[in-house]
Design a protein around this ligand. Sequence first.
Ligand code: ABN
Ligand code: CU
Length: 683
Amino acid sequence: MVLDRLQQLTHQVNATAPPPHPFDPLTAREIDAAVALIRMEHGSVNFNAVTLYEPRKAQMMAWLSNPETAPRPARAADVVAIAPGGKVYDGIVNLDEKRIVQWEHTPNVQPLITMEDLQEVEFIVRKDAKVIEQCGIIGIPPEDMHKVYCDPWTIGYDERFGTEVRLQQALMYYRPHVDDSQYTYPLDFCPIFNAETKQIIHIDVPSVRRPLNKAPPNNYLPEAIEKEGGFRKDIKPIHITQPEGVSFEVSNRTIDWQNWNIHVGFNYKEGIVLNNITFNDRGNVRPVFYRLSLAEMVVPYGNPEHPHQRKHAFDLGEYGGGYMTNSLSLGCDCKGSIHYMDAAFVNRAGASTIIKNAICIHEEDAGILFKHTDFRDESTVVTRGRKLIISHIFTAANYEYCVYWIFHQDGTVQLEIKLTGILNTYSLNPGEDTHGWGTEVYPGVNAHNHQHLFCLRVDPNIDGPQNTIFQVDAVQGPGEPGSEENPYGNAFYAKKTKYTTPLEAMSDYNASTTRTWEMANTNKINPYSKKPVCYKLVSREVPPLLPKKGSLVYKRAGFARHAVHVTKYSDDEIHPAGRHVPQTSGEPSNGLPAWIEAAGPNCSIENTDIVLWHTFGLTHFPSPEDYPIMPAEPMTLLLRPRNFFDRNPVLDVPPSYARSPSQILSGNSDCGCQKNDGSSILV
Ligand code: ABN
Ligand code: CU
């Protein structure tokens, strides 16, 4: 019976033409086929993840450069399953050969917490006698338990309970009315939920109790705003139209736009994954990045009182940026002519599920690309740019993260992240001192200080995989004024420091030298500057990890200890806090620190295939303007070509307006140029 189903599914997989690109995420049918194979051999397990087992790079590079003759990398599924009793299995299924190639019990780990895992906690919390008792103590009668809510987080790590039992901590709230925001009514205690037995096994109760907040609701949904006087009425519509369609082409999941070629992947942890990014430089297709992704993040909170030290969410590794992704809607999340891509995942029962419109791809006007007016005669050229945006948005319980991968015509790649959603809140008694660890954003509502630290994984391929990283600092020239080398004291230059080992490459941001990092191919020299071709990481929002060395977060989030780490490429090094993040103690620290230790901190990372890991973000001291919902706060970084092109690569973008000196002299007002849409401009 199962065999029949499998044959049917694999037949469907094979019957679907053309075959998926090796970088494509697994289709729903491939997920179903992998599940059927595992069910057949290993019976009834719960599925935590079935995702693309990414092709090995050496084989993939060979295939990319010679798809006609090189062997096509097999389609394979990377599987995480939880068997009855909580045993975790990591597996690999070769979908082409319909064969399980690896199936291993991995002891003492906890795979990430899925939305299904989270959603069952609230029902159990509401019925638990001890929770009902605690609610009573702070002023919620038993008949109001349906008004009690919780945001279940993984426990992070708590030494009292260790790693073996799968646990969640329930951050508790109350809604006076179903439409009220619960974040105005945080409860002061924290139940701990055992996901295996589905029981509350402990409740952390503070020594000083905080009765339920008495403040009126502070809401953001339209009904509440209408009651307070309604919406502003002075906004006229802005319509974005592309009457002749978009300027990009999508073939399956590969985008061609303005010399860029990009494969768009997606997985349950990282969300968008961009692969095989190339730039067509006047007919020469030049590799730029093999893979780009937001690989991990951590949000440490800064209140020292127990149990808030446990509040440090690894939103990607512990919950999955892909799993939490929103289904986007036209005109709201993205405006314009949109190309959407769906995302396929597995649910706990092993069925494939689809998030419609998970990825939005669209163009936007990007303002002026370049402009110059000659002050003598007002001869001028002004050219407008456009950008291609590949985005998704995920909801991490209270917070929203909007992730925009932005491609510019001049060869720049920009990553922008907008933070919005709702602050994580805790209760505060009237007159209670926050001790500076948080802000009273509304009466009785304490929003704790925290950081949002993201880890960008860059697998550079700058004119080939042999790359080297340089730190670049803007520094003063040596010598005091009056000296021979710096007689006027005005000298300054870009000091470049080559990283030869992972140990040297562990580096921090330095705002006073406007530090940047170059990913260079030292085997290719720009003919004019005589400098190696490179892409430069320009990132200016790079706070240090504030929890101290020895703290739980410091131990667990090894990637956040420095702004930059560099490792030698290895196929399985994708997740910098480790493959399974919940309930890691940080002893030893998984992911980046372990890989660096294993490869040898002094191994060579010069002129070889490397990966750059960049931790950036912001430190958030909440304020009332962030409440009850935060206006989106953008953060950005750039990957910019430097010494990569021989000259400005966008001179061939048609100007919006141009007049030459001779046209001005002759009184000819013909622009002599074309609009961006190809029609000629007469001025
Ligand atoms: N920010 C922590 C989190 C994310 C998703 C779901 C629950 C909690
Ligand atoms: Cu924040």
